[in-house]
Write a protein that binds this ligand. Structure first.
Ligand SMILES: Nc1ncnc2c1ncn2[C@@H]1O[C@H](COP(=O)(O)OP(=O)(O)OP(=O)(O)O)[C@@H](O)[C@H]1O
Ligand SMILES: [Mg+2]
Length: 317
């Protein structure tokens, strides 16, 4: 939601791959996703996994924060035979793991390297080989082919400078600086500058697109609220089965959640937290106290300057 420029960068590479026109000897696409926290970088890859494979969990995720020390690379590629602990250190990235994250619908695997700025230099070197030749050589000298993968790198490089850009009056609270093309351009150049300072040119050159995510605007947050409420309703139907009930938020309840959950610093994470605290938890307390009969409708509204939603139960029509 609200990051259509990111989708527009990624989709052509998926289409090229599906059409059989992706270049050989390299990954089908390499993207570096930058931008403030909670704006949908990881969510993009999950949504793509859902679209391609029918499950948002169908992706290989490597948390580079786990590979900050040189010796930890063995966890990624496995220790060479003959090394102490060789058998206890199976490689994390294998051809089999890549294959397991594909589906009948598509054999394109999605690989996400989170927080690459934290990786040890030897990992950056390994990554260079993957981006360049689509090959990763493992400790036991076998290799993993990455031609049928889209690779997503995420980084919070430049994030603090971006934060200053979108929060110029941090500390004064309410005023919301505008987002839009101007902001996006500024954030992009901050991000790219930080990336060029941190990584060698040959690394930057192997990235197909650097995509900067922008702070979520009001429309995007509204759409995300709808998604989250729909997900909660599905959850109620699925988990409570014959005790399930319907949920309705009126305009005042939506306004309250959006006003409370709008936060430039934490993006949609704050909105999700507010939904949990102000809607899901009070709802759970009512269910636990047997106050919600099966098939009823729970109406959520907000009155005056209360800090809570008012939840009331109505008989189903
Ligand atoms: N643009 C968006 N569209 C839909 N949902 C979003 C969006 N941005 C954030 N969310 C929601 O917020 C959650 C957190 O977002 P996400 O994990 O994508 O953040 P991120 O950009 O990867 O942040 P970080 O830099 O901290 O990793 C997601 O699971 C999703 O539910
Ligand atoms: Mg993330």
């Amino acid at each position: 939601m609200g990051q259509s420029h990111a989708i527009a960068e990624i989709v052509p590479y998926v289409q090229m791959y599906r059409a059989g026109l992706a270049p050989e000897g390299r990954p089908a696409g390499v993207f570096l996703l930058l931008g403030p926290t909670g704006t949908g970088k990881t969510r993009t890859v999950e949504a793509l996994a859902d679209a391609l494979h029918g499950s948002e969990k169908s992706l290989v995720r490597v948390d580079c924060g786990e590979f900050q020390m040189e010796h930890e690379i063995a966890k990624l590629i496995g220790a060479p035979p003959g090394y102490l602990g060789h058998r206890e250190t199976p490689p994390m990235l294998t051809q089999q793991k890549l294959g397991a994250m594909t589906s009948e619908g598509s054999n394109l695997a999605l690989v996400l390297f989170d927080e690459i700025e934290k990786a040890a230099p030897s990992m950056t070197r390994l990554l260079l080989g993957v981006l360049d030749k689509a090959v990763l050589r493992l400790g036991d000298n076998t290799s993993v082919n990455f031609e049928r993968t889209l690779i997503f790198l995420t980084s919070n490089l430049g994030a603090s400078a971006m934060r200053k850009e979108v929060l110029p009056d941090f500390g004064f609270g309410s005023a919301m600086p505008g987002s839009g093309d101007g902001t996006l351009r500024k954030l992009s150049s901050i991000g790219l500058g930080a990336v060029k300072r941190k990584f060698a040119p040959e690394f930057v050159n192997r990235i197909d697109a650097v995509v900067t995510y922008q702070p979520l605007d009001a429309d995007a947050l509204e759409a995300i609220l709808d998604q989250q409420v729909a997900a909660l309703e599905r959850h109620i139907a699925h988990r409570l089965e014959d005790r399930a009930f319907a949920l309705e938020l009126d305009a005042s309840a939506r306004r309250f959640l959006l006003a409370k959950g709008t936060n430039r610093e934490y993006g949609a994470r704050e909105l999700k937290r507010i939904i949990l605290r102000k809607l899901t938890q009070p709802l759970a307390a009512m269910v636990e106290a047997n106050l919600v009969p099966p098939d009823s409708v729970v109406l959520a509204a907000h009155h005056g300057d209360s800090d809570q939603l008012t939840l009331s139960v109505a008989e189903s029509q």
